[in-house]
Design a protein around this ligand. Sequence first.
Ligand code: ZN
Length: 205
Amino acid sequence: MTRAKQPKPVHQLTAAQFEAMFPDEHACKAYLVACRWPEGVRCPRCGNPGVYDLKSRAWHWQCPKCAPNGYRFSHTVGTIFENTNKPLRDWFRVAHLMLTSKKGMSALRIMRFMGFGSYKTAWEMCHKIRTALVENIEQLGGIVEVDETFVGGKAHNRHWDKRDGTGSGIGSGKTPIIGAMTRKGNVVARVIDNVATARLSPNAE
Ligand SMILES: [Zn+2]
């Protein structure tokens, strides 16, 4: 096993890395597609890998197998980003803000930071992200990595070198934008630079 000098079991982007990685909407879409379908786009309904690009619409595909006239879907199908009027880049940034600020971030602060005109918008985005984290991580399309060793309260007993430094489970081999942990149904998210120094117990805040 190769040990990284600076172990980062949960890969979190800094603000500067975020900017570099997601300069525009196109980059966000490409990233979502790569996270969702690392081995190529598959039909979300039937799993068929033989989908084809919809010539008339970018970021849309058609599966000829599971519907008489072909099932059409986009990169956001089945995610919380589907059918929203906010660009993916806003979603990514809100998720990043929520999960990288040490004490979390209120919808009000998100609204101000993002320059949203409405509190409701900010609140709904936060709510959707939080709900997906707790109930169905798949709905985040793989952009958030849950490090399963943090689930169930074992993490603070572990030293980083007892873990597989390359990470495992969701997001393996990818570069998730944020890390998140769930504990007793609550989202516990921190910037984790080094697991050895991380304090994950809610009492240690
Ligand atoms: Zn299909």
